[in-house]
Design a protein around this ligand. Structure first.
Ligand SMILES: Nc1ncnc2c1ncn2[C@@H]1O[C@H](COP(=O)(O)OP(=O)(O)O)[C@@H](O)[C@H]1O
Ligand SMILES: [Mg+2]
Length: 389
């Protein structure tokens, strides 16, 4: 049979490490173009497992489980960063294809490494210090009486971020959080005007697309609302885009990189990175030509990237667990309220402060989009604006 070099290889089977709501939405995005996924789920109760039959059960912190999983797929990607990083290096040495690679995973798994990586890329970051002891924390508080202590590893959704004022409170909190066994990042508490984020998709070889920057609102460190476009002005949007692109290149990311920013005096500094789909891009399922989830899969499969543009202004509001209220029980009421709202529930059992879903509303008036989304979230029984734990 003659070999035709112009016929591209069929798309690879993509292995996704992790099986939470991001995995679930990756699965949803894979269905349209018919891409094949397998998941490594930590538990049979993970919310992707309920909707996707093809998975292994095992921990991403277990080198043997990771290695066995990698052997069943063509390319490996990640939906969280709590991973055995040393195992990733060994997998690459053994010929596995990891997208993104270990260098990018390392830069996002630890907030101290993240600060160093962003600084090395020449991008602005907030003032910060490493603290290994309570004494280090107390010394930092002499310069920054209102400070933020962050666990360098394992924190997410504001778990692992502690606001402290004054030496006494800092000493008490630091004593407790050092028991988690990781060093701390200490920062001054910034009076930012806004928080923004941008997502970049990048293919092997360097082709990128950049999503419209968004404005985000966190309550108690947890993302609650995202609006797109950001409304922060062209200058800030342009900075966000170019910094996003710079991070993608500096870390040689394949897949997605999400960059979170603080806006202080009209200037951006980089707060946080993730190299996976991110909460600040969820609106794109309903509002963009190509969602972040589909572009993540396209990038890691080395397929041409899709148009990231907004089809409409949009607002996304998270459904955050309020006590033991189950939004699934309130679906009919929420749907009756606003037939234009797009409701996404993740199939997770209700728990206070847990991300259970999100609601996106596309509306030419972005403020009205946000109001409509908040009303539907309230009907679902999610926490109200400003009512964090
Ligand atoms: N230095 C700071 N000053 C003021 N607020 C901060 C600071 N650092 C973090 N925050 C708030 O806490 C949120 C979560 O912090 P982040 O570092 O992104 O941790 P996580 O990994 O939990 O997302 C931020 O989005 C912001 O709202
Ligand atoms: Mg964050």
């Amino acid at each position: 049979v003659p070999v035709d070099d112009n016929v591209p290889a069929p798309p690879p089977t993509i292995g996704v490490v992790g099986a939470g709501q991001l995995g679930r939405m990756l699965h949803q995005a894979a269905i349209g173009p018919g891409l094949r996924l397998r998941f490594l789920a930590a538990s049979a109760g993970d919310c992707t497992v309920a909707v996707h039959p093809d998975h292994d059960l095992g921990s991403a912190l277990d080198a043997a489980a990771l290695t066995a999983f990698a052997g069943t797929v063509d390319v490996v990607t990640f939906e969280h960063e709590v991973i055995d990083l040393e195992a990733l290096d060994r997998l690459v040495a053994a010929g596995a294809v990891l997208r993104p690679g270990p260098q990018a995973m390392r830069a996002v798994a630890d907030k101290l490494d993240m600060r160093a990586a962003v600084a090395a890329a020449g991008l602005p970051i907030p003032p910060w210090r490493r603290a290994d002891t309570v004494v280090d924390v107390v010394e930092a508080l002499a310069d920054w009486p209102d400070a933020v202590l962050k666990l360098s590893r394992g924190g997410y959704d504001g778990r692992g971020v502690f606001m402290v004022s004054g030496v006494d409170e800092a000493r008490a909190v630091a004593g407790e959080v050092f028991s988690a066994g990781t060093p701390l990042l200490v920062e001054p508490r910034l009076a930012f005007e806004a928080e923004a984020a941008v997502i970049v998709a990048r293919r092997p070889g360097g082709e990128t697309v950049v999503y419209d920057p968004v404005a985000t609102t966190q309550v108690d460190g947890q993302c609650r609302q995202v609006v797109a476009p950001s409304g922060l002005g062209d200058a800030i949007d342009e900075q966000a885009r170019s910094m996003g692109q710079a991070v993608a290149e500096a870390l040689d990311v394949v897949g997605l990189v999400a960059v979170e920013f603080f806006v202080v005096d009209g200037e951006l500094s980089v707060n946080e990175l993730a190299v996976r789909p991110h909460n600040t891009g969820h609106h794109g399922i309903d509002a963009c030509v190509t969602s972040q989830f589909e572009n993540h899969l396209r990038a890691v499969a080395d397929l041409p990237l899709g148009d990231p543009r907004l089809r409409s202004p949009a607002a996304m509001v998270n459904v955050i667990g309020d006590g033991d209220v189950d939004p699934r029980d309130r679906l009919a009421a929420a749907m009756a309220l606003d037939s234009g709202a797009r409701i996404h529930l993740y199939g997770k059992g209700p728990r206070h402060d847990r991300k259970l879903g999100h609601v996106t509303v596309c509306d030419i008036d972005v403020e009205r989009a946000a109001e409509r989304a908040w009303r539907v979230v309230a009907a679902l029984g999610g926490q109200k604006a400003g009512s964090g734990a």
